[in-house]
Design a protein around this ligand. Structure first.
Ligand SMILES: Nc1nc2c(c(=O)[nH]1)N[C@H]1C(S)=C(S)[C@@H](COP(=O)(O)O)O[C@H]1N2
Ligand SMILES: [Mo]
Length: 200
């Protein structure tokens, strides 16, 4: 289910009980982080939109909480072959954030940037999907530091490495550039149903 709290929209749940090819289900929610967990608090967190924009935008945690909140349940698929099912996430639909940003029409891609230096690239079309969130809660609790507190991106239709933790902003780009794992050979798109793991 995708539920908007307050003003509301409903997007159907993934009623499909399949898991993508090559994945195994785990009951655990392993922590997958390259490097250290950065220390970011709700008070210091800021999200910045820059690059190919006509005006930069900055959002703080209070502003994020003042926006329409959405809850949804989705499966999570890591490219290292574990899938964790039925995670309940809460946050703001990323398309609501995109609607606030005056990006240039020729900008079709973004680089997602994180505290700590991690990055990943996505298309604006993917970020417009209704279940992409700037999430601050998981299974009813605020995110733990290791899982990306205070705010992470959630992109359920892609492998987990696209769901950037400790997200600090998005850089709009006219031409796709590879992020951290994409530079090391991971796929630009990363659709688990198509097994887009690596790109040669
Ligand atoms: N900033 C940042 N975000 C990240 C990562 C990372 O190393 N740094 N790892 C990614 C990978 S590979 C996966 S599978 C998921 C795992 O999320 P989790 O650690 O909350 O399970 O986070 C993604 N987001
Ligand atoms: Mo991953």
């Amino acid at each position: 289910m995708l539920r908007k709290l307050g003003k509301s929209t409903v997007v159907p749940n993934n009623l499909n009980s399949d898991i993508p090819p090559g994945q195994s289900v785990t009951q655990k929610f392993p922590i997958l982080t390259y490097g250290q967990t950065p220390e970011v608090s709700q008070d210091t967190w800021a999200f910045r939109a820059f690059g190919s924009v006509t005006e930069e935008l900055e959002i703080d945690f209070k502003t994020l909480l003042s926006m329409t909140q959405t809850q949804l349940t989705r499966d999570f698929h890591c490219v290292t072959q574990w899938s964790n099912l039925d995670n309940l996430w809460e946050g703001v639909q990323f398309r609501e954030i995109l609607n606030l940003i005056k990006f240039k029409p020729e900008a079709r891609h973004v680089m997602v940037h994180c505290y700590g230096g991690y990055s990943t690239n996505l298309t604006i079309d993917t970020l417009m999907e209704s279940d992409v969130l700037l999430a601050h809660k998981h299974n009813g609790e605020v995110l733990t530091p290791e899982h990306g507190s205070p705010v992470r991106l959630l992109v359920p239709s892609r492998y987990g490495w696209k769901s950037a933790k400790w997200v600090s902003g998005v850089e709009f780009m006219c031409i796709a550039q590879p992020g951290f794992w994409e530079k090391l050979g991971y796929h630009n798109n990363g659709d688990p149903w198509k097994e887009q793991r690596y790109q040669l």
